[in-house]
Design a protein around this ligand. Structure first.
Ligand code: NOJ
Length: 566
């Protein structure tokens, strides 16, 4: 295996708008990020993924880029970006940016030109199709829905045809079949790499190719979401190989592709196996919904499906064991908060630490999503006007239309289940007003628990979740354990256990036994196959071991250095 710097990294994801407001306008920004570099360095992370801060009309908080080379003035200036890169590098922290390949804003000059006339030179930068004439009038080219609801086609009156957008209608999809688009996007990437960034998280990368434009068979009348029509299709791979050849490889940069649309493990390897010549790693979503969230009416009654998590992690870890490298992340800015999803209301601290242990002790590059390290939770939404996310607002509108008899409170509850606004409430820095995020009213409500859950408080408490994350990061980077944690073999144990996620990490000279109780029960664990040499890390003060049986408390997590009895 070729050693790469990112194999020794611990990453941290920043959602700019919600991280820290540096200029007192209620909106997170680059100054805020710069102010918090020492916090990040103290936490021990050495790789930042900073979300999009490019010039944008902000339909989707910046994933709708109007100008790839400009900084959104609300977030700061190019000099601020340079300062972050320079000072982060000085602290030994590398910086990767979101690179949005699939679409631009409809206000991007390419699209403005493209939609202006069928003869415009930029016409084929985007995906255009004629509508279909039916007895009911003109309809969209296909009945495909977009991820954010409604058709993925919008009519352009000027040219009398439709453009495709798998996200919002203000985010037209680029036509990757056009070599000029690929060339332009490589230029964009090179520009940022020349500025000093160390790589990219590549947004929506699995969607660059589309199936033939044919209707999805259905009995329903409206558009239907079938993401397989625009996910992980064959041409994505040659496009990425070309980008790799032209851009990623010459710069030796890190690339982590977001592969949605149920990318299989085989697909994952096509993107990111060591010999794939496409990407360095892929973020997949298979472990994101391993509980009863969709079936349950009560957000406090979620039960983690340990079998699902084990199956998923085991399969990806196994497939990439010798052929590739994985990022290790729980959730991100599009998903619920980790503690509210897989953690426990009764044991918030202990369960947050257990979840951290479970992930951070695996092979790969861990990523922490901002606020996860202090145990931030889902926001208790009760009113529709508390939502800010375009997808949540769109879902609310659709429900209001489709369920006219259901009251608002109930509709808000449905949207709040999976709203992308949960992870976007302001980072809780202190118990000061607005959680120390800003002196002004923030653009989105602060979670009401900020007086008891915040960075400042946790910095003063050596048993806090924050302190535990630091311990985990130190362990991973420590001279004694780094080899085994980073790259030791992983062997999952207790494959039928409904409560425990256990595995061994086997290095050249050190073996670690990682035991995580994911449920609210006491559980015995037989340690007799091992000599337990020492406790490496634990989220519980006094492990109870009697006659080689460890009695795990609810959500207890233990890592032992062991010798296996042969
Ligand atoms: C994935 C990003 O994570 C999400 O926030 C965004 O809305 C879509 N891609 C579109 O760019």
């Amino acid at each position: 295996m070729d050693k790469k710097w990112w194999m020794e990294s611990v990453g941290y994801q920043i959602y700019v708008k919600s991280f820290k407001d540096g200029n007192d306008d209620g909106i997170g920004d680059l100054l805020g990020i710069h102010d918090k570099l020492s916090y990040l360095s103290d936490l021990g992370v050495n790789l930042l993924w900073i979300g999009p801060f490019y010039d944008s009309p902000m339909d989707d908080n910046g994933y709708d880029v109007r100008d790839f080379f400009k900084v959104n003035p609300t977030y700061g200036t190019l000099d601020d970006v340079k300062r972050i890169i320079r000072d982060a590098h000085q602290l030994g922290i590398r910086v990767i940016l979101d690179f949005v390949l699939n679409h631009t804003s409809d206000e991007h000059p390419w699209f403005v030109a493209s939609r202006s006339s069928v003869d415009d030179p930029k016409r084929h930068y985007y995906i255009w199709q004629k509508g279909r004439m039916t007895k009911d009038g003109l309809i969209e080219p296909t009945n495909w829905a977009s991820f954010f609801g409604g058709s993925c086609w919008t009519r352009n009156p000027g040219t009398d045809d439709y453009y495709m957008h798998i996200f919002s209608k203000k985010m037209p999809d680029l036509n990757w079949a056009n070599p000029l688009v690929r060339k332009e996007m490589a230029k964009v990437g090179a520009w940022w790499l020349d500025l000093g960034v160390d790589g990219f998280r590549i947004d929506a990368v699995s969607h660059l190719d589309r199936a033939p434009f044919e209707d999805i068979e259905t009995t329903s009348r409206g558009p239907v979401l079938d993401w397989h029509r625009f996910s992980n299709l064959p041409a994505v791979h040659p496009y990425l190989k070309e980008m790799n050849e032209r851009l990623f490889k010459p710069y030796g940069c890190l690339t982590i592709g977001e592969v949605g649309g149920e990318a299989s493990i085989e697909e994952g390897l096509k993107y990111a196996a060591f010999d794939a010549e496409e990407l360095s790693m892929v973020f997949n979503f298979d472990h994101n919904w391993c509980n009863n969230l969709h079936e349950s009416d009560d957000p406090d009654a979620l039960i983690t499906d340990v079998h699902c998590l084990r199956r998923t992690f085991m399969a990806w870890q196994k497939a990439f064991a010798s052929d590739g490298w994985l990022p290790l992340n729980w959730l991100n800015h599009d998903q619920p908060r980790l503690l509210s999803h897989y953690g426990s209301k009764a044991y918030p601290k202990r369960s947050a630490k257990m979840l951290a242990t479970m992930l951070h002790m695996m092979r790969g590059t861990p990523f922490i999503y901002q606020g996860e390290e202090i145990g931030m939770k889902n926001y208790p939404f009760t009113k529709a006007d508390e939502f800010r996310d375009i997808a949540s607002i769109q879902q609310m509108k659709t429900l209001e239309r489709d369920m006219p008899d259901v009251n608002q409170e109930e509709l808000v509850r449905i949207v709040a289940k999976t709203s992308r606004d949960h992870p976007r409430t302001p980072m809780q820095w202190s118990d000061e007003p607005n959680a120390g995020f800003s002196s002004q009213t923030p653009w989105i409500n602060v979670h009401p628990d900020y007086q008891s859950v915040n960075v400042r408080l946790e910095q003063l408490d050596h048993r806090s979740i924050l302190a535990y994350y630091k311990q985990l990061i130190d362990l991973r980077l420590s001279s004694r354990y780094q080899d085994v944690i980073k790259d030791g073999e992983i062997r999952f144990l207790d494959l039928d256990d409904p409560d425990l996620m256990t595995y061994l990490r086997i290095g050249d000279s050190i073996t670690l036994l990682v035991i995580n109780n994911m449920h609210d029960i006491e559980k015995p664990y037989d340690l007799s196959p091992y000599d337990t040499l020492r406790v490496v890390i634990s989220n519980h003060d006094t492990p109870i071991i009697k006659d080689h049986v460890l009695t795990l408390k609810p959500f207890e997590s233990m890592v032992f250095e062991v010798k296996e009895h042969l």
